[in-house]
Write a protein that binds this ligand. Sequence first.
Ligand code: HEC
Ligand code: HEC
Length: 399
Amino acid sequence: MFKFNKKILLGASAAATVALFVAGCAESGDAAAPAMASGKCGSASVSHTYANGKKVIDGGVSYPVVNAKTGPYHVDTAAGNGGYSYGRTPPADEVAVWNTTVTPWRLPPKGEGSVEEGEGVYEEKCVMCHGDFGSGGGGYPALSKGNAYDNLASLKHQRVGGNDEGPIRVFGSYWPEASTLWWYIKEGMPHPHTRSLTDDETYALVAYILNLNEMEIDGEEVDEEYVLDQEKFAKIVMPNKDGFEPNIKGPHATDDVRAYYDNPKNYGAQKIASADERCMTNCQKPTAKVKPITIEQKDFLPPLSQVRDLPKQENTNGVDLEAKNTYESSCAVCHGAAGMGAPVVGDKKAWAAVVGKGMDTVYANAINGTDGGMPPKGGTDLPDAKFKAVVDYMISQSK
Ligand code: HEC
Ligand code: HEC
């Protein structure tokens, strides 16, 4: 039913394939250039002649026919200027489409967005899954659990005993690089309209999520007014930046690394009794002190759920959902229940009387307001056509 996961996977693997394929070939002006010059990479459209005299285009692959059956494909390694003779080198514009990765070494494109704008986009496109203020829930990951710097301490939790708390694994306290966030949002969110956000919207969302995690950039708090751009993005230091690898710099590097790996707790493992011989087959004696690590859903904070359902789509049955929403947010206060002097939606009699005046009059009354207490356009500033659709919706619900 939900294809979006697949779509993302496909996207990612296609990107990986392209990336592998073009490695060392596509971009000129770097280390690949000599390979280009020596003809190793071939060109976008290769034309060759096989031994049988037939001309083939592209790549030099043929499917020989043996005993009237098509045999496995055959790669003519002699074709393609002595280089690789399968596939083709993607032209620059094809590569550019996939070549969007943002990494710690490759900043996102130029752009900017404020926390405030980010909040707006978030409310519109993310809140239904990720919850108010990124609180998560319903199987969707939380994007914040409060102050990232405070949460850092939770990462020391090793969960060696059954009831030990695990680390808080949200963006702010866990992720080592902000580049992942930018790219993930731009390429993968919102489910299921991936790649629909502009660069500026992505900056704004990143700014908002930094704000939710109560983070700082270059000593400055990412507050409501903060505007994130490429230059400031480059200065983000994630609180857990050094949490994934031992520090291999500095004068005591080797000793530090040794000490790190000497303590299995540092990487969540349990040590086999040191007297044991190394062994490659049938090693697991029943007495061996190996504690298997099982990770359960409840080990995650917030707990992971396998549910990946979209919020339920209402069966619209021809109902104008936009009008319905406007009714609920702007009109139901007065028209939703008796006691406000307004005809109650669903009250057939009352609305029959209203409609009896003729729709032109009804629209005009509702647009201009009445002395009986109907504010002009119900207090909204909708264009006439949209406002009339709300009136129509109210009537449709009162038949
Ligand atoms: C229809 C539901 C849905 C919507 C809407 C949605 N997301 Fe997601 N989001 C998900 C799911 C599901 C995951 C987890 C994907 C996975 O782990 O495979 C996710 C993961 C994420 C993550 C990674 C979180 C982590 O800690 O791993 C970020 C960041 C994120 N979304 C941001 C956004 C932003 C920003 C928006 C709005 C532009 C958005 N999402 C809209 C469903 C949604
Ligand atoms: C502050 C309360 C209030 C709000 C908010 C409100 N209404 Fe009304 N509405 C009334 C009252 C009271 C009447 C009855 C007026 C009368 O009889 O003169 C009325 C009457 C109407 C009528 C009937 C007009 C007629 O000719 O009899 C329509 C249609 C209507 N409202 C539409 C709307 C729509 C659409 C909205 C929301 C966009 C809305 N109203 C919001 C109080 C409200």
